[in-house]
Write a protein that binds this ligand. Structure first.
Ligand code: HXC
Length: 259
């Protein structure tokens, strides 16, 4: 499998595949091409009988710092609707095999959402999670308002989504967002260890069990995702979105007007 923005190892060890997000200079910002590649890789690994568990990781500095702001900055609400990037996310969500996110550094915006779309998260001590979209004049669009609220509860999700402030790995652990926190040099090994424990089980039982846990976790999720998506698109009709994203690109503070 040859991709530009991800690296795929179908067998990092027996039955365990590794997908590495690989745009290091941009802190693995999730542009449309990267997400399309991730969708295609996961589909292929899901169809591969040798693979039982899939780990998604980034690098030490960033799992992913969000959707690519530079790619989105000039878009209108109708552009966003027509680009329909979330159909890619919907395909990824249909992966039958367990997905483990191995997170070091920034997991922000779409990066935090991607980690939450995985079934489990192993975090390095230096991991930082956040939904900072509000700081660039928009809001989460790929499940942040839905999955974060389910994972950490309303009060904490509300604070993270409305302030855009990050939480560190220990906070993420105490909030129940991540499964475990380990020293930076061990986060990938720890994810592999967890994958090994799962890969030793019956693949068909694992698949059914994942589907069953998601049955309750995803109860009403689809309606929430759809609602969030529409609000996210609508914000691309605002001046504040243009100002917020231009300010990020120009490395200055945004001046929001509420229009
Ligand atoms: C595009 C990004 C980016 C992003 C970082 N970069 N995040 N480019 N989109 N989301 C680029 C920077 O512009 C910079 O490029 C390079 O990566 C290194 O980043 P720096 O900002 O110089 O690093 P640092 O000072 O260490 O700050 C790290 C950071 C900051 C705190 C993570 O980069 C940041 O705030 N990033 C944006 C986080 C964010 O708002 N995420 C949400 C996006 S919206 P140059 O060329 O200057 O070297 C979103 C919506 C999801 O995710 C819904 C749809 C899927």
């Amino acid at each position: 499998m040859n991709f530009e923005f991800i690296l795929v190892e179908p067998a990092i060890e027996k039955h365990i595949a590794l997908v590495r997000l690989n745009r290091p200079k941009e802190l693995n910002a999730l542009n449309l091409q990267l997400m399309g590649e991730l969708r295609d890789a996961l589909k292929s690994l899901d169809d591969n009988d040798e693979v039982r568990v899939i780990i998604i990781t980034g690098n030490e500095r960033a799992f992913a710092a969000g959707a690519d702001i530079k790619q989105m900055a000039g878009k209108t609400a109708i552009d966003m609707l027509q680009i329909d990037q979330f159909s890619t996310w919907d395909s990824i969500r249909k992966t039958k095999k367990p997905l483990i996110a191995a997170v070091s550094g920034f997991a922000l915006g779409g990066g935090c959402e991607l980690s939450m779309l995985c079934d489990m998260i192993v975090a390095s001590e230096n991991a930082k999670f956040g939904q900072p979209e509000i700081k660039i004049g928009v809001m989460p669009g790929a499940g942040g308002t839905q999955r974060l609220t389910r994972a950490v509860g309303k009060a904490r999700a509300m604070e993270m989504v409305l302030t855009g402030n990050f939480i560190n790995a220990q906070e993420a652990l105490s909030y129940g967002l991540v499964n475990r926190v380990v020293p930076e040099e061990l986060y990938l090994d720890e994810a592999i260890k967890l994958a090994r424990d799962i890969a030793a089980q019956s693949p068909i039982a694992v698949q059914m069990a994942k589907e069953s846990v998601n049955k309750t976790y995803e109860n009403h999720l689809q309606e929430g995702l759809f609602f969030e998506r529409k609000n996210f698109y609508m914000l691309f009709a605002s001046e504040d979105q243009k100002e917020g994203m231009a300010a990020f690109v120009e490395k200055r503070k945004p001046d929001f007007k509420g229009r």
